[in-house]
Design a protein around this ligand. Sequence first.
Ligand SMILES: Nc1ncnc2c1ncn2[C@@H]1O[C@H](COP(=O)(O)OP(=O)(O)O)[C@@H](O)[C@H]1O
Ligand SMILES: [Mg+2]
Length: 274
Amino acid sequence: MKTNGKSTTNGNGKAVRLSLRNVSKTFRSPKTGEVGALENLSLDVKNGEFLTLVGPSGCGKSTILNIIAGFETVDKGEVLIDDRQITGPGPDRVVLFQEQALFQWLTVEQNVSFGLEMLKVPPAEMENRIQKYLSLVHLLDFRKSHIYELSGGMKQRVALARALAMEPEVLLMDEPFSALDSHTREMLQSEIQDIWEETRKTIVFVTHGLKEAVALGNRVILLTARPGRIQREISVNLPRPRYVDDKPVLSIARELKSEISNWSDPVVPESGVK
Ligand SMILES: Nc1ncnc2c1ncn2[C@@H]1O[C@H](COP(=O)(O)OP(=O)(O)O)[C@@H](O)[C@H]1O
Ligand SMILES: [Mg+2]
């Protein structure tokens, strides 16, 4: 069924923005031989949804994001954005990684405007976006600072502003906070919720932290160990902002942890999830 001329709707009446249909992916390399990363994975992401994908290290989370980003192709199945086949990267999808490739020798605002110049955004609109998105990440006062002058958390905020300023349809986040200290991580976990509430961007957020997945997602998809398949899917309807140590968050995280017995990542189980 067509809604706005470009997206289908699912049973809940919400437009489906991204679709993976029966996707399989095997990597072949001389060193490791064949590695089945994903097997027959199907997944819809709704417009405006904050979806978290969580699973043990090596289960194929980054592969899913890279496929959606258009960096990787699939062996079998289909990947669609707004009913169009994804055939490569595009400005409708922006990826944030754990370590950001920011230009150290440029200022904060130059980093944000870099991508906009590539998109040929006119100067007045560019200034609007710089102000809007640097305010959203609380960095407007630092617009003239150089990247090397900033803390890790501030750098991640610049990367977030740079991604948002491109005004993509979908924000793809691959363990974006895992290199930060726990205090900074908690601040950013809270801020990304504010940003999502304000912008209602479609976010696909990958993490290997169960508590983080539950604290952030409207819907959490738990993946099995490699090859990644969907083990469990739950909606989280707790009020925001949520924090990783909130009791209801912990209790859902604990329930999810019991689903996967061989979760051996050293960072998981996290403290508090017994
Ligand atoms: N480019 C690649 N070449 C070979 N193997 C790969 C490549 N990318 C990922 N893999 C393998 O695929 C599996 C899934 O990787 P990945 O998606 O990065 O997992 P995750 O992000 O969940 O930790 C891993 O076993 C990994 O080693
Ligand atoms: Mg990964």
